[in-house]
Write a protein that binds this ligand. Structure first.
Ligand code: PMP
Length: 433
């Protein structure tokens, strides 16, 4: 049972466009490890961790201690007009990890703000407001970022100041290149990029912004090497590559620390947010120094990189690295992918299982074909919840189940989730027969 009064008050005073999960939305009041408890006292295994905001999990002593130590100083924040030790230390660590030469880091409070900053840097640096983005993308909910968000269901305004051309390359289960081999898909997308550049832009484009694996777009995973093929073309024109690592960063994809690394290239600019705060509001931009410093006026972020957020993020990053959570994501990701493929083989309602590490999408279709089934996805969402598992939903057709548990996941928890997902998928399939 949802707290009906709270839900009514929420609906009355918060915007209609603030999406809520479940016919009976839940209020999470306690959390520990990979588990959350709602106001009715029901505990769930969290396989979405608040849309990947809790990279490590809930109530991690090392992180809480670091935040508490900062609170104990009495300085929650003053401003970026003064030196902030943890901000400098975290920036040094992130710059080093980025692989970007002469990297500088700017901290923000969200992924949207990080991408807005990246777009401003790229357009200033290149003196052009033309940008390329992938179809089916999501980059944020502010004025510039809605423009580069190709997924119309999540792009709230068409009045963005950026001039955007969309290219293929994110989502390959459907569309003109569906069914292509990896090599043919990469070649077709590269041809499309050349064509879009030649026919819809004046050539002096500022940047291509892309998620290495599309998050909101349903964990759509392009073949390795796609962005290498893109980068070659971009380099011919001096166009920057902005890798939006808001969901793919910090080792979540298992085999690499940054999603873009799977393609063997380094981005000119990367943006991050979500998991690195392990629940605290922090995001940021990493860019080559000459790009970061192309702005010619003073700027400030009142709260970006504040002492509490950077203390928490630094502790999160240290924990991630010290405990090889990237390795755990690789190992358990493989285990989950293979278990989900088995479920898919047994149920026609599963059209596609894809992803890397602990970022796995299950696309649901009408059995016997590839017609998207948003209804089946809703059933799986509700049925997993009823069995004590929280998962995410997404995709252009709202028919993809998204799995992104904290990276401290155990094998037992992975198996528990597979059991619940198998049962929920069976219910969804039953409704279609
Ligand atoms: N980029 C990507 C890839 C995202 O998934 C999101 C959030 N879903 C954002 C940017 C925006 O981040 P935020 O919600 O923190 O503004």
């Amino acid at each position: 049972m949802t707290d009906a009064d709270l839900l009514a008050r929420h609906r009355a005073v918060l915007p209609d466009w603030l999406a809520l999960y479940y016919t009976e939305p839940i209020e999470i009041v306690r959390a520990q490890g990979r588990h959350v408890t709602d106001a009715q006292g029901r505990t769930y295994l969290d396989f979405f961790a608040g849309i990947l905001t809790n990279a490590i999990g809930y109530d991690v002593a090392e992180i809480s201690d670091a935040i508490r130590a900062q609170l104990d100083t009495g300085v929650l924040h003053t401003s970026t007009l003064y030196l902030i030790r943890k901000q400098v230390e975290l920036a040094e660590q992130i710059a080093e990890l980025s692989g970007i030469a002469d990297a500088k880091v700017f901290f923000t409070n969200s992924g949207t703000e990080a991408n807005e900053t990246a777009l401003m840097l790229a357009t200033q640096y290149r003196r052009s407001n033309q940008v390329l983005a992938l179809r089916n993308s999501y980059h944020g909910r502010a004025f510039g970022t809605v423009g580069v968000t190709g997924n119309r269901g999540w792009s709230a305004s068409a009045l963005s100041p950026v001039k955007v051309s969309y290219v293929h390359g994110g989502y390959r289960y459907r569309g003109p290149f569906a069914g292509y081999s990896d090599a043919d898909y990469v070649a077709a997308c590269a041809d499309d990029l050349r064509d879009v550049l030649a026919t819809t832009t004046s050539g002096d484009v500022a940047a291509l912004i892309a998620e290495p694996i599309q998050g909101v777009g349903g964990f759509a995973t392009p073949p390795d090497g796609l962005f290498a093929a893109f980068k070659e073309i971009l380099d011919e024109h001096g166009i920057l590559l902005i890798s939006d690592e808001v969901q793919t960063g910090w080792g979540r994809t298992g085999e690499h620390f940054w999603g873009i690394e799977a393609h063997g290239v380094t981005a000119d600019v990367m943006t991050f947010a979500k998991g690195i705060g392990n629940g605290l509001a922090i995001g940021g931009v990493i860019a080559r120094g000459e790009i970061m410093d192309c702005l010619r006026a003073n700027s400030i972020s009142t709260f970006g990189g504040n002492p509490v957020a950077t203390a928490g993020a630094k502790a999160t990053l240290d924990y991630l690295l010290d405990n090889d959570l990237q390795g755990n994501a690789a190992k358990l990701g493989e285990h989950l992918l293979s278990g989900l493929r088995d479920i898919g083989d047994a149920h026609g309602v599963v059209g596609d299982v894809r992803g890397k590490g602990l970022m796995i999408g299950v696309e649901l279709v009408e059995p016997g074909g590839t017609t998207p089934s948003p209804h089946a996805a809703t059933t799986v969402l509700e049925e997993t919840k009823a069995r004590g598992l929280l998962v995410g939903k997404g995709g252009l057709h709202n028919n993809v189940i998204r799995l992104a548990p904290p990276m401290t996941l155990t094998r037992e928890e992975a198996d528990e989730a597979l059991g619940i997902l198998g049962a929920a998928v069976a219910v969804a399939e039953g409704e279609h027969s």
